[in-house]
Design a protein around this ligand. Structure first.
Ligand code: SF4
Length: 688
């Protein structure tokens, strides 16, 4: 269907699903997608794409797309004009500020939206409202990566680009399932392994890569910090640390060595369930490799001690001298959402301005104030869980949500719904009438990632262009246009009228991105930050001469292992772990409305056959899963990928209610929820 006289128009853009950032060629005819093809010039994907980026675009024409603003009247959402919707929002925001000051308003920005939209959203909150109450969904996934990597090395990003993995001779993949969640990365890793690169996988489940691993470690969920300390203990004990590097470039060794005396392999075996001999084998593999690489995912971050987990993992790279040197590929998080790196880069965070200046730092504030011509609030704002708590307490009056289905995706969903119901104004920008939108006072129809202009930053810090291939349906607008319209309704001019102008302005606030522009990206394709000026090629590999900490030295962390928030007991004897599957993406709002539904049509519970026998469960039959917070019904899938005593479920079908089960326990440093450890009990549904 692609050739012939009516040849399709071709738009090169960046995939709007996962954080790999595949470049795609979108072929359109009559304002409809004819095909999506992987771009052979794509710097990350090099002609590959997965089942999501390539085929999951049927949602665009779904009859369920929102095409007009909706306003709640007499309890029902009714179509209204944009003027009516915006006037209602402006009135509600003014009332909230009048009742509780600027901090009575909060916003949740979006890791699906472009950099420019996130930049404008945080500017709206700081300039038009006068609060730092803005956060994004990295709070739910990689906030511990930001905190941990900044503490260890100085910047919130992976230490290398993925191209460097081509030169690695040993891959340590921890708490990540790239074969399903980041398929193009998974394929590139697998190609390396099939060519002889050593592979270590640390994950409780037998994830796709684990079947190819030299060693597969299966720590009990919630015991990562003990595991990493056990590896560090062995690295040091066996003389595999790079003492010259440590002397020259790192701090904190005495304190760490003191701590590590408590983590010999036999004790770590008792804490984690990982056999001591496997632990020693992994320390030797990683420690003796010439160019080791650490790649990790949400299995490291989504824990009560997620930031400690990132830091303890970073310890390994520092001990080995495998970061900031030619020797290794450092430590690199696999970001889940297309622009979760960029949303944080742009300052859609309650304590961080664009480019990672702190709101408490007078110099960072002064730089932003100079560009914006307006004061920046000095007090850090609320994180997402704090917003919900404040709403339930009555101090947060108005919540603006830019494209997150928080009722479906945030933990302890019942309490999230209570928080929304307690607000006098909830504004939701959405493609579809999500669970969250159904509770909003105003719902605004938005353009999808195939209908907007801007940039994303992928998991290895590359800015890439997003270009509109289609016209948004009906009256839907881009998030960029909506933020401007909301500001205008409050009689505030945010400036930067186009996405290109917004990125240029961001570069004046944030020196890290000053050399990036739409025009340059159109010419060069991709540029990695830091990129302080237009002559800088962008730094693919960080910290070659010095780390970005104040004194230029990496920081080892002596953080003790502490148990997870929930442990199995007689009442809730099984650990539920949640994560992603191959065909779907996050809450499934887009992928469930595509033909991918034929590949995977429901959330199911992976159960080891021994647990199925113990609890009387049968393959394909319904099971009641109950935690301390609620109950959900899922379908059993017998799976030898699981360890007995642990079950796994994805969160792509909100109707299954998985996040009713998950707990409000959260990383003690960043408030990232502990999605990876929920104590549950299982029972067959009677009569099935
Ligand atoms: Fe899109 Fe990620 Fe798939 Fe690439 S790997 S096509 S970025 S979903």
């Amino acid at each position: 269907p692609l050739g012939g006289p009516a040849a399709a128009e071709r738009t090169v853009t960046t995939c709007g699903y996962c954080g790999v950032g595949c470049s795609l060629e979108v072929l359109t005819r009559d304002d409809q997608v004819a095909a999506v093809l992987p771009d052979h010039n794509g710097p990350v994907n090099r002609g590959h794409a997965c089942v999501k980026g390539r085929f999951a675009h049927g949602f665009l024409g779904s009859p369920e797309r929102l095409t007009r603003p909706l306003l709640r009247r007499d309890g029902r959402l009714e179509p209204v004009t944009w003027k009516e919707a915006l006037e209602y929002i402006a009135r509600g925001l003014r009332d909230a500020v009048a009742a509780g000051g600027p901090d009575a308003v909060a916003a949740i920005s979006s890791a699906r939206a472009t950099n420019e939209e996130n930049y404008l959203a945080q500017k709206f909150m700081r300039v038009a409202i006068g609060t730092n109450n803005i956060d994004n969904c990295s709070r739910l996934c990689h906030a511990p990566s930001s905190a941990g990597l900044i503490a260890a090395f100085g910047l919130s990003g992976g230490t290398d680009t993925f191209d460097d993995v081509e030169t690695a001779d040993c891959l340590l993949v921890v708490g990540a399932n790239p074969v399903e969640a980041h398929p193009v990365v998974g394929a590139r890793l697998l190609q390396k392994v099939l060519r002889g690169t050593r592979l270590i996988v640390a994950d409780p489940r037998t994830v796709g890569l684990a079947r190819y691993a030299d060693v597969h470690l299966r720590p009990r969920p919630g015991t990562n910090v003990a595991l990493f300390h056990g590896l560090a203990h062995t690295l040091w004990a066996e003389g595999l640390a790079d003492e010259e590097f440590l002397r020259r470039r790192a701090d904190g060794l005495p304190e760490l060595l003191d701590l590590l005396t408590g983590y010999p392999p036999d004790r770590v075996e008792a804490l984690t369930g990982v056999p001591a001999e496997d632990l020693v084998a992994v320390a030797r593999l990683y420690g003796r490799a010439e160019r080791p690489a650490i790649i990790y995912g949400l299995g490291v971050t989504e824990h009560l001690h997620g930031t400690d987990g990132v830091r303890a993992l970073a310890n390994l790279a520092i001990l080995r001298g495998a970061v900031g040197t030619e020797r290794g590929f450092g430590i690199n998080p696999l970001r889940g959402q297309n622009n979760v790196q960029g949303a944080s880069d742009m300052g859609a965070l309650p304590d961080i301005l664009p480019g990672y200046g702190k709101v408490t730092d007078p110099l960072a504030r002064a730089r932003a104030e100079h560009v914006w011509g307006a004061p920046v609030p000095t007090r850090p704002g609320m994180r997402i869980p704090e917003m919900f708590a404040a709403a339930r307490a009555g101090t947060l009056k108005a919540l603006w949500i830019m494209g997150e289905d928080v009722c479906a995706t945030d933990p302890d969903g019942t309490r999230v719904a209570e928080a929304l119901d307690a607000c006098s104004l909830v504004v939701c920008q959405e493609l579809f009438l999500s669970q969250t939108a159904q509770r909003a006072h105003v719902v605004l129809p938005v353009a999808s990632w195939l209908e907007k202009d801007g940039t994303f930053v992928n998991f290895d810090r590359r800015f890439q262009r997003v270009r509109p291939a289609l016209t948004p349906p009906g009256e839907a607008k881009t998030d960029f246009a909506i933020v401007h319209a909301m500001a205008s309704a409050l009689d505030v001019d945010l400036g930067c009228r186009t996405p290109a102008e917004a990125l240029a302005e961001c570069g004046r606030v944030a020196p890290l991105f000053a050399g990036v522009s739409h025009e340059r990206l159109d010419r060069e394709g991709a540029v990695a930050w830091p990129c302080p000026d237009s002559d800088c090629p962008g730094e693919a590999k960080l910290y070659k001469e010095r780390f970005a900490t104040p004194d230029g030295r990496a920081k080892l962390a002596a953080c003790p292992y502490l148990p997870p928030g929930e442990s199995p007991d007689d009442h809730y004897p099984v650990i539920l772990v949640t994560g992603r599957r191959w065909a779907h993406y996050n809450s499934g709002g887009m992928t469930r409305r595509t033909d991918n539904i034929r590949l995977d049509g429901t959330d199911r519970l992976d159960v080891h056959p021994a647990d199925a026998a113990r609890y009387g469960l049968r393959d394909g039959h319904p099971v009641t899963v109950e935690s301390r917070r609620g109950r959900a019904t899922l379908t059993v899938k017998l799976s030898d990928e699981m360890v007995p005593g642990q079950v796994f479920c994805a969160f792509h079908f909100p109707s299954s209610g998985v996040n009713i089960l998950t707990s409000a326990h959260a990383d003690t440093i960043t408030s990232c929820p502990e999605y990876k450890v929920t104590a549950v009990r299982l029972a067959p549904v009677p009569g099935t």
